[in-house]
Structure formats: C-alpha cells, structure tokens
Design a binder for this molecule. Structure first.
Ligand SMILES: Nc1ncnc2c1ncn2[C@@H]1O[C@H](COP(=O)(O)OP(=O)(O)OP(=O)(O)O)[C@@H](O)[C@H]1O
Ligand SMILES: [Mg+2]
Length: 268
C-alpha cells in the first residue's frame, strides 16, 4: 500500500533521514520506533507532503506522492495525526471533527460523526465542550477521531501515547487495533516501543535518520538491542507504588524519576 523508497530529507545542510526504506501492506499495523531526534516525525512529515524529500520516492497505492504537497496527499487517503495532538483548543469537539472533513464533498459527514461517536463515546458526551479543556487522553482521542473524518485508507499516528497514563495508553492502543479491524491501515510512530509492538504486526527501528532494524513485532520484542534500548530490560527499572499523598506513580530508572498520575486508585 505504502512504499517509502530510499528517502532522504534535509533541514538545510542537516540530513534528518538517510536513505530510508519502509513498506506498509494493506490491513497492517506497522510500528516505527526510535528515540528522541531519530527522525520519526520527519518521516511522517515527508510522507504526508509537509516536508519535501531531497532524494527517493514515496508510492501510495501505485501512485507517486513525492512532491505532491499535503493537501493532495490527504485526498489520496493518507491521514496524519501530528505529535502533541494539536486539536483546535478554542473550538468545540464537534467543530474539530467537522474540520477533519473540510475537504470532503460527499454527504456522509454526519454519518461518519455518528460512527466516531460510537467509537469514542466520551467525545459524544463532550461534543459541545471546548477541545482545549479536554484531558490529555480525550484530546488524543479527538485527534484520532478528527483524522478518521477524512476517511483515510492509511492513518499515520505520531506518538499518540506521549504524556498519557498507562491505562489510557492501553485504551488508545485498543482503539488503534479497533480501527484496523474496521479497515484502516496504520503506521504508528512511538517511543513507547512496548505499547507499539504490543499492537503492531511488524516494526522498524529508526536511529539517527536510518532504519537499523526491521521485523515482525515478535522478532523486535525478542531482539536484545531493542530490549535494552527501548523496552527497559537489563536496566534498573522499577515501578513504585502510587504515592497516596500526590496520587502519582513514579518510574525509577537509574536514579531518574518520571511520574504520571495514578492510573487507578486500587494500585495505591
Ligand atoms: N525544523 C527543523 N530544523 C532543523 N532541524 C530539525 C527540524 N526539525 C527536526 N530537526 C532535527 O531533525 C532530527 C529529527 O527530528 P524529528 O523531530 O524527526 O525526530 P523524532 O524522532 O520525531 O523525535 P521525537 O521523538 O523527539 O519527536 C533531529 O536531530 C532534529 O533536531
Ligand atoms: Mg517526533
């Protein structure tokens, strides 16, 4: 369905992607994992026509997307949910969804809104609320729902799990799996390798602008390098108990603490 062939993308003189090759077949969930600055967002921006590729070719369903521009790419059936969600904070949930369908000429937009409300009941309840006042998880759901409003064949998600509590991450991954069963093919960019490989069929590992590894999700999860770098195995990882005073749960990794809001009360 999607073929990324020998793509190189630059910011001025800086090479952010170096001869990247990647393929997504119809009906697959493909994970692209990599650390901060690896080039994940740059790759999605290049596929969706926001950034020009200096070399290489992007083919979608047999047609060349390279150099078409973002407006055209979305009309070919590729939807890109950007990182940090980027919902329109002052607009209502419903208006955000309508904006996701702005280029559509058909009369089925209302039907599709009913369908996304079925998939995301919380958005139905909050349809008149300002998007900026939704919780982080709800904003992520809105960003995905808005992406679905263009009726994509391929949905590309840029780090949907970032900043969300583990329970909400699980819910988002369940939705990703659900979208696939409803017929959407998915390219999932994540730093959270565990969550992404848990739902994906295959995956690629991007480091410093280059694909260094590819395989089935099982192969990647079993890979020693992936385990060390992305799954936290072999390091001193410890999930401490939720702190009763602050309602936080903290991940202690070699002295560095990162805390998230307690996903459920009974884990205290
Ligand atoms: N607008 C820009 N101008 C110059 N360099 C940039 C620009 N955007 C990104 N880069 C550089 O390109 C490289 C890849 O960045 P990119 O945002 O694609 O990484 P990423 O894998 O998405 O990281 P993260 O996980 O932090 O989102 C980085 O070295 C970054 O500093
Ligand atoms: Mg990024």
């Amino acid at each position: 369905m999607l073929q990324v062939r020998d793509i190189s993308t630059y910011y001025g003189q800086i090479c952010a992607l170096d001869t990247v090759n990647l393929r997504v077949r119809p009906g697959e969930i493909v994970a692209l994992i990599g650390a901060n600055g690896a080039g994940k967002t740059t790759l999605l921006n290049t596929i969706s026509g926001i950034l020009p590729a200096r070399h290489g070719e992007i083919i979608f369903e047999g047609k060349t997307l390279t150099r078409l521009g973002a407006e055209t790419v979305v009309q070919f059936g590729v939807s890109h949910i950007p990182e940090r969600r980027q919902v329109f904070g002052t607009l209502s949930v419903l208006d955000n969804l309508l904006l996701g369908a702005y280029h559509r000429r058909d009369k089925l937009v209302r039907d599709d809104i009913a369908e996304v409300f079925e998939l995301f009941p919380i958005l139905n309840k909050r349809q008149n609320q300002q998007a900026g006042t939704l919780s982080g998880g709800e904003q992520q759901m809105l960003a995905i729902a808005r992406g679905m409003m263009s009726r994509p064949k391929l949905l590309m998600l840029d780090e949907p799990s970032v900043g969300l509590a583990p329970l909400i991450v699980r819910e988002i991954m369940r939705i990703v799996a659900d979208l696939r069963t409803r017929g959407t093919t998915i390219l999932l960019v994540e730093q959270n390798a565990k969550a992404a490989l848990g739902v994906a069929d295959r995956g690629y590992v991007l480091e410093n602008g280059r694909i260094v590894l590819e395989g089935t999700a099982q192969e990647l999860m079993a890979d020693e390098g992936v385990q060390k770098a992305y799954l936290g195995k072999g390091e001193r990882l410890q999930l401490s108990r939720c702190r009763a005073d602050t309602n936080l749960v903290c991940l202690e990794n070699d002295g560095i603490n990162s805390c998230v809001v307690c996903p459920h009360k009974d884990s205290k």
